[in-house]
Ligand binder design. Sequence first.
Ligand SMILES: CC(C)(COP(=O)(O)OP(=O)(O)OC[C@H]1O[C@@H](n2cnc3c(N)ncnc32)[C@H](O)[C@@H]1OP(=O)(O)O)[C@@H](O)C(=O)NCCC(=O)NCCS
Length: 155
Amino acid sequence: MDDRVVALGEGDMDELMALERLCFAYHWTREQFAMGLERGVYRVLGLRQGGRLAGYIAFSLVEDEMEILNLAVHPDHRRCGIGAALLGRALDVCVTMGIAKSFLDVKASNVAAIDLYRKFGYEQIGIRKRYYPDTGDDALLFRHDIRRDPTQKKQ
Ligand SMILES: CC(C)(COP(=O)(O)OP(=O)(O)OC[C@H]1O[C@@H](n2cnc3c(N)ncnc32)[C@H](O)[C@@H]1OP(=O)(O)O)[C@@H](O)C(=O)NCCC(=O)NCCS
């Protein structure tokens, strides 16, 4: 378990919004983040580097299913293992809570994210044509049956 990953709360809203704007052209609104940070509709975990927020993951837990809603790492901190640390920690939470399945959708053109998810054992189960309104990209639907040790990436 990576101790650098912590739960984010209301006080992290401004930093989270700034990171979100840096990472996505079509980004979440303050209200969307408030649903997680203030109302607990979903969870948000983050990782700081040198005092600033370097990455976050948002995911929902409903019955025995986890859905990854968003994952982003600051451009200055990519390829340093932060995305993997965040995803690994979210999956640790699932193991602790006995949640067996994880789902997500990702842009078909997002090579970096797809590679990361595949390393953790996610497999494509479907496709939604021209799903994303900003780019017209297809959405690939992925599923992962969570193993006992989810932080152990597939080789
Ligand atoms: C996708 C993203 C979260 C990855 O974060 P990261 O911290 O750079 O990823 P890590 O350093 O933990 O890399 C873990 C693995 O992901 C894959 N990966 C990450 N960046 C990659 C890239 N540019 N090209 C190919 N594979 C990549 C690799 O398999 C990597 O393992 P390796 O370093 O052993 O090769 C980051 O690129 C990002 O924030 N992108 C913009 C936002 C986004 O697209 N989010 C996903 C929404 S579904």
